[in-house]
Design a protein around this ligand. Structure first.
Ligand code: NDP
Length: 275
């Protein structure tokens, strides 16, 4: 019997996940069906229970439900617990386990696809929303030399750093929260834009000269060129979007559900081709 999976969100029609998982299933000969599922904003839990009771085996969770998914599951895997956000649920034996594969997706894209070693690097992450929470722990385990979080609403950056306080010693020089204007004069080897500013053609107010000479600029947004991508490219900095992260987080979910690891490079290439 075909096993059923879905991505749950609101909105969800734009999601590339059905296409990505269909490609994984074809390549690995897995008999699955993967669809997009629009859940009402006030009825995430009933929608999820209905899907499970109809025989659903697992879901990916996207905006705005990742925290509700974290609250919903019976057990949390490492990474999901720390993130306070779940983007992958596996239904099994009448129980549900929650995972967060966003961080693994980012780290795999950086280290495997982009050949960028995080170890010992000075890392700046912009944004203190769900995406930043999801990637903090996996980034810290790389581990970087230092991890700085900057956010427009500074108190949220402070809250995020407090949340991960007990892991701060993983980074050689710890983690800290900074205001954008206080970043002037500090160089980073990796600058990650985990804000949604690019979606509205904006970018955080970054000082110039933020990039070390061999720095990598990484924008989690995909499917468009953002002002941050243009800014970093204009400074001669190697720049990438978040498409690789999207496909790698999907591959990790697929692996958790099916115990089969799909190839990601052909899927990333196909999606780039169509963009
Ligand atoms: P949230 O809504 O939780 O957080 C948004 C963050 O962006 C906040 O820190 C907010 O700051 C900041 N922000 C928004 N607009 C601006 C602006 N104009 N200037 C400066 N800061 C701004 O979103 P998520 O954390 O869930 O997602 C962030 C982005 O990451 C999204 O674009 C999403 O598409 C992308 N993403 C990509 C993934 C991938 O696989 N490639 C996976 C997950 C997310 P403030 O607190 O001040 O409001």
């Amino acid at each position: 019997m075909t096993d059923r999976y879905a991505v749950v969100g609101n909105p969800v029609a734009h999601s590339l996940s059905p296409r990505i998982h269909a490609a994984f299933a074809r390549e690995t000969s897995q008999d699955i069906e993967y669809t997009g599922m629009l859940a009402p904003l006030d009825a995430f839990k009933p929608a999820l229970l209905q899907f499970r009771d109809d025989g659903g085996r697992g879901v990916n969770v996207t905006l705005p439900f990742k925290y509700q998914a974290w609250q919903f599951v019976d057990a949390h895997a490492r990474g999901a617990l720390e993130a306070s956000a779940v983007n992958t649920i596996h239904f099994h034996d009448g129980k549900s386990t929650g995972y967060n594969t966003d961080g693994v997706g980012l780290v795999t894209d950086l280290q495997k696809n982009l050949d960028f070693a995080i170890y010992g690097k000075r890392v700046l992450i912009m944004g203190a929303g769900g995406a930043s929470y999801g990637v903090m722990y996996p980034l810290l385990t790389a581990p970087p030399q230092t991890l700085v979080v900057a956010n427009r609403t500074f108190e949220k950056a402070e809250g995020l750093v407090r949340h991960f306080e007990r892991y701060k010693d993983l980074a050689q020089e710890g983690i800290s929260a900074r205001r954008y204007e206080d970043l002037a004069g500090t160089e980073f080897d990796l600058v990650i834009n985990a804000t949604s500013a690019g979606l509205t053609d904006q970018m955080p107010s970054l000082p110039v000269n933020i990039f070390a000479p061999d720095a990598l600029a990484y924008d989690m947004v995909y499917g468009k060129e953002t002002p941050f991508m243009r800014f970093s490219a204009a400074h001669g900095i190697r720049t990438t979007d978040g498409l690789g992260m999207l496909v790698e987080q999907a591959a990790e979910s697929f692996w958790l559900w099916r115990a089969v690891r799909p190839q990601t490079a052909p899927v990333i290439a196909a999606l780039r081709n169509d963009a």
